[in-house]
Write a protein that binds this ligand. Structure first.
Ligand code: GLN
Length: 203
């Protein structure tokens, strides 16, 4: 089977790390900066960074609508940290451009000063047999989820930090920074197990 072409939104943030991880697991990363880069993708990752900056760039690069269409087409889309914020339907009334697809309420910069950045191991049986190491950097948390949303991971206190809703995946943390590819393999599995694929002409 030929390598899956997975877009990485490359406007701002840590897209290079995602691209590296995708290469390591045998997928073909495609840096996305313009709508035409979305052609023939099997899936897309929206990286961590600064969600307000990425949102503004999505507007000025005229990428908001094309990305919404990609999501509607059923192709798997994964947002990490700022990417999770951009995917969310509700960020508590803050005014910034969003894709508004994932039925969750997200709170930005939710862990406060003392816990600005931290690391911990989180059991996520749906994703991997053994707990995954998770790196949080000024991370958002998921305050509530809609009926169709599956919780994949929580902190010890029950705080939701990983969710899936059909073709959409969201994590508060940064699997691309750990050197552990299991979360990327989980996403690649979503891509391979057949959510809508690009047109047959392009395989
Ligand atoms: N604090 C950032 C935001 O609100 C997200 C941080 C990150 O992606 N590491 O957009």
């Amino acid at each position: 089977m030929s390598a899956k072409r997975i877009g990485v939104l490359a406007l701002q943030g840590d897209f290079k790390e995602h691209a590296k991880m995708l290469r390591e697991i045998g997928a073909e990363p495609v840096e996305v900066r313009r709508a035409e880069h979305l052609t023939d993708l099997h899936g897309l990752i929206i990286p961590g960074g600064e969600s307000t900056a990425i949102g503004k760039l999505l507007v000025s690069y005229q990428l908001l609508e094309p990305l919404k269409q990609l999501i509607s087409s059923g192709r798997p889309v994964w947002g990490t940290c700022a990417g999770l914020i951009l995917l969310a339907k509700d960020i508590g009334g803050l005014q910034q451009p969003l894709l508004g697809a994932l039925d969750v309420t997200v709170r930005r910069n939710a862990f406060g000063r003392q816990l600005d950045s931290f690391e911990t191991d989180i059991p996520m049986p749906e994703v991997a047999d053994q707990p995954l190491h998770a790196v949080f950097i000024r991370a958002p948390l998921v305050e509530s989820v809609g009926a169709g949303v599956q919780v994949l991971g929580t902190l010890d206190d029950g705080t939701i930090v990983a969710v899936r809703q059909g073709n959409l995946l969201g994590t508060s943390f940064h699997p691309e920074l750990t050197g552990d590819s299991r979360f990327h393999l989980y996403f690649l599995d979503m891509v391979e197990s057949g959510s809508a694929a690009p047109s047959a002409a392009h395989g």
